[in-house]
Design a protein around this ligand. Structure first.
Ligand code: NAG
Ligand code: NAG
Length: 185
């Protein structure tokens, strides 16, 4: 029985990895998200906040009108009270809850223009292997990014930009993402 339970657990771990941003406070679900992404996709995302986007998009029906690959489809309208206020040069600590690792994969954190879904400048941080395999622990789940001094007016109010953490788990072809809304004073 124990052996069977272990096999089941191992298979579950093989098929899906899981991870989610815990710090800073990430963008989350709400009524605007449900109405734009449709109930089937929103329910799937809600059932597993650390789960892959592909599993949710697989549920899409005619009511799917968001881009789940941008901040899991979570909407600024549901998150206006959550924007972080930063200054250029500020060091921002992140913590990612790695629920289930699946290697190999790679990850990055970028400033994203939320209107165009394009990165502003180069990524603030990239990992060529994520989760990393540094003995004694690397900086894959606990890390810092520095707010660039070059954003100008691009991110001067909430809703324009997010810090997007993006993990592509290549062996199972799954995407994990989260966004932190912010503006630079
Ligand atoms: C971040 O990583 C993803 C997955 O590998 C990749 O598609 C994306 O282009 C990267 N972003 C940037 C800004 O390099
Ligand atoms: C993040 O930066 C803080 C202070 O700037 C430092 O104490 C901490 O060790 C850094 N964390 C990592 C994972 O580098």
């Amino acid at each position: 029985m124990l052996a069977k339970a272990l096999i089941t657990l191992t298979l579950a771990a093989l098929s899906t990895a899981h991870a989610v941003i815990k710090t800073p406070t990430p963008r989350t679900a709400g009524p605007t998200h449900t109405s734009l992404c449709g109930s089937p996709v929103a329910s799937k995302l809600a059932s597993d906040p650390a789960g892959p986007i592909e599993s949710a998009v697989a549920k899409a029906d005619a009511s799917y009108k968001c881009d789940a690959y941008l901040c899991r489809g979570y909407q600024w309208g549901d998150n206006t009270g959550r924007a972080q206020s930063y200054v250029a040069g500020q060091v921002v600590p992140f913590y990612v809850d790695l629920v289930a690792a699946h290697k190999p994969g790679w990850a990055n954190v970028s400033v994203i223009d939320l209107q165009t879904n394009k990165a502003v400048g180069t990524p603030l941080k990239t990992w060529s292997v994520w989760p990393d395999d540094v003995s004694g622990g690397g900086d894959d789940v606990d890390f810092n990014v520095t707010i660039p001094g070059t954003l100008g007016s691009a991110c001067n109010v909430g809703g324009k930009c997010a810090l997007q953490w993006y993990w592509w788990s290549s062996s199972n072809k799954q995407t994990y993402e989260g966004c932190v809304d912010f503006y630079v004073k």
